[in-house]
Design a protein around this ligand. Sequence first.
Ligand SMILES: *[C@@H]1O[C@H](CO)[C@@H](O)[C@H](O)[C@H]1NC(C)=O
Ligand SMILES: *[C@@H]1O[C@H](CO)[C@@H](O)[C@H](O)[C@H]1NC(C)=O
Ligand SMILES: *[C@@H]1O[C@H](CO)[C@@H](O)[C@H](O)[C@H]1NC(C)=O
Length: 467
Amino acid sequence: MRIAALVALLAAVLPSALGVPAHQLPLAAPLAPAPAPPVWPAEEGVGHFSEWSKAQKRQFVTDVVAGKADEWVLVMGNEGGDLDSMTAALTWAYHLSHNNEAGNRTIALLQTPRDALDLRPENKLALRNVLMSPGHRDLLTIDELPVPPRELAKQIKGIVLVDHPAPLSDWEEAKVEAIFDHHLDRGAAPDARPRIFEPVASCTTIVARQMLDELEARKEGEYHVPHEVVELILDAIAIDSKGLTNSQPADKFTAERLLRRSNWRDEKLYTVMARLDDELSAAKKALDELGVRDLLRRDWKGDLVKTADGTPDVHVGFASVPLSLEDQVERTLYNTTDAWFGVLDGFSNEIGVDVTISLHSYKSKRHEDGHPKGGDVLRSKKIKVREMVLAVRPTDNVSDAQATQLFDLVSKTLEESPFLDAERWADYKSLKPRQMIWVHHSPNGGRKLVRPIVESAIAGWKDSLAA
Ligand SMILES: *[C@@H]1O[C@H](CO)[C@@H](O)[C@H](O)[C@H]1NC(C)=O
Ligand SMILES: *[C@@H]1O[C@H](CO)[C@@H](O)[C@H](O)[C@H]1NC(C)=O
Ligand SMILES: *[C@@H]1O[C@H](CO)[C@@H](O)[C@H](O)[C@H]1NC(C)=O
């Protein structure tokens, strides 16, 4: 019964997800692929990492269909899907599936829809450099799961979180086997092992260090780590540490150990890391062609926040956009702030979000006027400006009055937070109800800081109209 249901589901989902025309898709077991080679057959080679990844993906889909999901561990990064999350997940999945026989049923799951992967040009470049297939055929993304995450969570052996402090609500019934993260520890899964929270620049550092430690300690000798894996890891560390100029000792020491295993082993560490950072950062900034909707979903994180009894749980989402609102507004049809809010509202509606926060950061020279005493040096120095936009909309679960309460609650929290020191946007009076924009300059005042502030305020929401 269960298998039949799965097969039906698979037939419905797979053709579009895997790009296979429905009539070519066998309904049951014949999908079974050759198993992944447990160890790389030979040295270097074109796209070995891609082949491994593709084979794991096929095996996983086959096993889920056959009702054998219970043997699988899913390694997942956060839903923003940046290079760090993606690389940390791929690295740990690669390690687990090679480090012991039983661990061969491990796969990295990217919690990003497949078409959103292309909105991150730096990821695209890094994947191309390590010879992954175009179009990400070899990566498993959230929209390609043969069964919905909530269902799958109950069937699999467990999940490993990387670059992510707590499972998204869809996965709350899965066992968290391990956590590697550099965000704030929210106390999730206290029994996970390893469970490492460390404020390094790149979460991939933590994962790679653990991998190297275990690899070098193997009594049976090392398994083969293709240079592509090592180079992808160095990419992730380079971009998050700004070429090791903004890093912790662990980032540097781990990068050094990796460099010796890469094809760049004869070069100097800082030279390599600066070069990788330059290449990837340049790609990352190439956002000229993206419209507002794509800018919002390019780096989006959100989840259901549980609230007290008597109030609906609230779906909260955070976009992070490295452009000013003004720059984004220019990309709307009418070049107006109102048109920009229209896009934000449309996207929030599409994915069912009640409270939407869009965080923008950009460099500005405009402070020249505000700093009369600044000499030439100060004048030419650009400063980082941050904008926070809040919009709350009533939905099926959140009434009009409740939406207003939520808006007031989040507004007040953001406005009063001593960590943000936010000021209202100059023209805030022109905004519609339940919309607000603030400007601030807090260093490290991005989503890592703002999200926990907003989520804990919402978690404590009490409906003042309820009896
Ligand atoms: C995974 O390990 C099991 C048990 O050690 C083995 O029977 C199986 O063939 C392996 N599968 C793959 C895909 O390597
Ligand atoms: C958009 O509007 C601003 C100010 O209203 C103006 O300076 C800018 O040139 C406009 N941009 C476009 C692309 O129309
Ligand atoms: C409303 O809440 C229920 C229960 O929490 C949830 O299943 C449903 O998806 C929510 N609907 C919307 C539109 O958010």
